[in-house]
Write a protein that binds this ligand. Structure first.
Ligand code: PMV
Length: 309
C-alpha cells in the first residue's frame, strides 16, 4: 500500500498570510513525498522509517514532538484504529527546509498511506486538518497554506481561517524554482517577522496590506490568463519581503540574475532567508534563465508548468 503527495511553491503572499492576508500557492508535481506500508512481525507495532533522513521511529516509544510519530498517531486517532503491526517507509525528493512543503508532503503521504493500509481513506478536508496539526511542530504558527496545497494538489487561494479556494488558471505559465542551497527553517523566519511586527506594528501593517493587494491582483491576473501582469507583481512582492527582512544576499542575487537573463519576474518563495526563489519565464527564455541561475549559485533548478490540474 502506498501514497504520495506533491511539493508546493508559494507564488504570492508568504508571511503576510500568517497575518490574515491572502496567499497563492501551487503544487509542484516534479518533486514528491511517498509512503509505502509493509507488514511487520506481530507485536512489533508501527514503525516509521524516513529513509532519506536515516531515521527509524517506533511510534509507541517516540516523544510527543516527533513529527513522523505525531502524523501516525493522529491518523490512528482519527480512524479510531488500534496500532497495527506495519512499517511505513517514507521517501521524498522534496528538499527539506527549502520552502517546497517537504514537511507537509511527508505528513500527507504518511497519513494517506496508513489510512489506505487500514482500509479507511480520509476526506481531503480531514486529511488537511491532520497535516495541519503536524505542521504546527515544524512552523510554530503555520498559516495552513502548505498543508492545503499538498493535500488538495491544486492551485489554491488561501486566507487563514477560511476554506481554501481552488481557482482556475486562465493560461498555463512556466516557473523556474531555484534553490540557494541554504537550509532555512520556516519557523525561524516566521518568528523573526513576528518580532519585527511586535517591535513596529505601524511599519509592518502597511507592508502586509500591500502584499495582500499584490496577491489579490495576482489571482485575478492568473484567472484571466494575463501572464504578463504577473512578472511585475512578483518583483513588487519580492521588494516587500525584503522589507520584512526575510530575503538574504543569496536570494537577492538569484532574483537579480533571473531578471537580468530575461525572466518576466522573480521573487523569493516560502519562508525566505535561504531556501528557494521562483522566476516567471517565457518558454524561449527558460534555458538562458536557468543557466544564469546556476551561474549565480543555485544548487538546483526545477522547471514546473503551472496549470489548472
Ligand atoms: O517556507 P514554506 O514554503 O514552507 O512556507 C512558509 C510560508 C509562510 O507564510 C512564511 C509561513 C506560513 O505558515 O504560511
Amino acid at each position: 500500500m502506498e501514497a504520495e503527495a506533491p511539493g508546493k511553491v508559494i507564488l504570492f503572499g508568504e508571511h503576510a498570510v500568517v497575518y490574515g492576508r491572502p496567499a497563492i500557492a501551487v503544487p509542484v508535481f516534479g518533486v514528491r513525498a511517498r509512503a509505502v506500508v509493509t507488514e511487520a512481525p506481530p507485536g512489533s507495532g508501527l514503525t516509521v522509517v524516513a529513509a532519506d533522513l536515516g531515521r527509524r521511529v517506533r511510534v509507541r516509544d517516540a516523544p510527543q514532538d516527533d513529527p513522523l510519530a505525531l502524523a501516525a498517531r493522529l491518523a490512528l486517532g482519527a480512524l479510531g484504529a488500534p496500532e497495527p503491526d506495519v512499517t511505513i517507509t517514507v521517501t521524498s525528493s522534496i528538499p527539506i527546509a527549502g520552502g517546497l512543503g517537504s514537511g507537509a508532503a511527508v505528513s500527507a503521504a504518511l497519513i494517506r498511506a496508513l489510512g489506505a493500509a487500514l482500509g479507511m481513506g480520509f476526506e481531503l478536508s480531514r486529511l488537511n486538518e491532520l497535516v495541519y496539526e503536524v505542521e504546527k511542530l515544524y512552523h510554530g504558527t503555520p498559516s495552513g497554506i502548505d498543508n492545503t496545497v499538498v493535500v488538495y494538489g491544486k492551485p489554491v487561494y488561501f486566507v487563514r481561517g477560511r476554506p481554501p479556494e481552488v481557482f482556475g488558471i486562465g493560461k498555463p505559465f512556466s516557473l523556474l524554482i531555484a534553490d540557494t542551497g541554504i537550509s532555512s527553517p520556516t519557523r525561524e523566519a516566521v518568528a523573526a517577522v513576528r518580532e519585527l511586527y511586535r517591535s513596529a506594528p505601524d511599519k509592518v501593517e502597511p507592508i502586509l496590506d500591500e502584499i495582500g493587494d499584490v496577491a489579490e491582483a495576482a489571482r485575478k491576473a492568473i484567472e484571466d490568463g494575463d501572464v504578463p501582469a504577473l512578472g511585475p507583481l512578483m518583483w513588487r512582492n519580492h521588494g516587500l519581503l525584503q522589507r520584512l527582512t526575510v530575503s538574504c544576499d543569496e536570494l537577492d542575487r538569484l532574483v537579480r540574475a533571473a531578471m537580468d537573463a530575461g525572466a518576466e519576474g522573480a521573487k523569493l518563495s516560502g519562508g525566505g532567508r535561504g531556501g528557494n526563489m521562483i522566476a516567471l519565464v517565457r518558454d524561449d527564455a527558460i534555458g538562458r534563465v536557468e543557466s544564469a541561475l546556476r551561474d549565480a549559485g543555485a544548487v538546483r533548478v526545477l522547471h514546473t508548468v503551472v496549470s489548472g490540474c
